[in-house]
Design a protein around this ligand. Sequence first.
Ligand code: UTP
Length: 257
Amino acid sequence: MFDMFENYNQEDETSSVSLAVKPVIVVSVGGSVIAQDKLNATLMAKFANSINELRKEGFEFILVAGGGKIARDYIATAKTLGIQNNFVLDEIAITVTRLNALLLIQAFEDAYPDVLIDVKRIHGILESKKIPVFGGLIPGFTTDTVAASIAEYTGGIFINLSNQDGIYNVDPKYSKTAHLIPKMDHEKLMRVLAKKDSRNPGENMILDAFTCMILNRSKITTFVLNMEDLVNFENAVKGHEFKGTIVESISALETEI
Ligand code: UTP
């Protein structure tokens, strides 16, 4: 009789453990986190500190470094030198994102030491308690697309950290009446962002169309946050109140209502 209850308790424990497992968090670290006018070691170190604290609480991370202004400078210079081939311009920018990724790795004690190019290696690296770090992967993509694809592959959450507070109804760079949308579903994400993207090398959008499509097709929970406020980033990860945008599936939004 007691055996029966022991088994019951064991099963109960197992199910509560599996419920408590947190999804991996894939952070698209915008190029603007790594460099504004010049490379910003202070912000990278602060970001690493936040990630380290969150990892102590059991959150797991995968990082994808962006190219930002440095990549755009390289693209502009290559164009001045006569390069018109978008594939080649993208390849140049990808190399910059990988260099940024290698630099970002240096801010962490527990990052895997090489910039990754194979998504299938993620599980082994996470099992060894290291942080996988990527840059760009494929011409025509952005690093947001890389991060969204990795979130899709790992069943994770996607966080975009950039110099913008969240997703606005219209681009705040061009409209004074733009307002931040704190919460939306994936269909609205597609309506607000996906149509305005011509996917030119170095084009700068908060989330490009292909990224939105991946987030939408797999209904990936998405946060868009400003990298300046890392306490806000930590709050979002922990499920506390935060400033920014969350994109959730309609069923998740309905559950909250
Ligand atoms: P980013 O993803 O960094 O673009 O890639 P971004 O818009 O500058 O974003 P932030 O400012 O970092 O947040 C820079 C460029 O690198 C090429 C594209 O040309 C992209 O615009 N790239 C990047 C690729 O072609 N493939 C990739 O997988 C990643």
